[in-house]
Design a binder for this molecule. Structure first.
Ligand code: GTP
Ligand code: MG
Length: 174
């Protein structure tokens, strides 16, 4: 069986858990289980407070989606997740510019640990005070649009929107 490991990371309250839940709801062949941990990643007695869902497409192909722990400090858990990841999504809440600095720190951390396909998903676009994606790109230090990863607006509460984001990520992997 081919397993693709995806990591969903991002700023506080950006919608990481909601994204992973929405993704799990769109699978074609339901494996009928909700996981909270993965023995392939963690010893069974470890209490790992991460989001985890499996998307089983058929007997040959599954996607495992992991959310990074909600803490500002980067620790071994982040390293384990990112070193095994095949691709990742960085979610940023558009209405919380005070968190953009943290998003930059995540980007730096990720770049140091893995050169893998990624996209940036801008959430909470419907909220008051939301920055436009192009302005967020500038705030993240992307001054040249040809050198930036795909930056897509995503409503994590909307399955179709999450599916579109995942397709964009898959395109980066090809
Ligand atoms: N309006 C709006 N609300 C959203 C959007 N995405 C997520 N939310 C809501 O934002 C809140 C936080 O979402 P979570 O999925 O818990 O975010 P998280 O990144 O897992 O949060 P932490 O784990 O605490 O960092 C929830 O109430 C979601 O329903 C969005 O695009 N627009
Ligand atoms: Mg969460």
């Amino acid at each position: 069986m081919e397993i693709m490991n995806l990591v969903v990371t991002g700023t506080l309250g950006a919608g990481k858990s909601t994204f992973i839940l929405s993704a799990s709801e769109m699978q074609v062949a339901a494996p009928d289980k909700h996981n909270t941990g993965d023995e392939a990643f963690f010893p069974q007695d470890t209490t790992a407070s991460i989001d985890f869902e499996t998307l089983q497409f058929d007997e040959e192909m599954a996607i495992h989606i992991y959310g990074t722990p909600s803490q500002v400090r980067f620790d071994f858990m982040w390293e384990i997740l990112i070193e095994r990841a095949h691709a990742y999504v960085l979610l940023i809440a558009a209405h919380r510019p005070s968190e953009f600095h943290y998003a930059r720190r995540i980007l730096n951390f990720m770049n140091q640990h893995a050169q893998i396909p990624m996209i940036i998903g801008i959430t909470h676009n419907d909220c008051e005070g939301a920055w436009r994606p192009e302005d967020i790109a500038l705030a993240l230090g992307y001054h040249n649009s040809t050198k930036q990863p795909p930056i897509v607006a995503v409503n994590t509460q909307d399955r179709a929107s999450v599916a579109m984001a995942l397709i964009t990520l898959m395109e980066q992997c090809l």
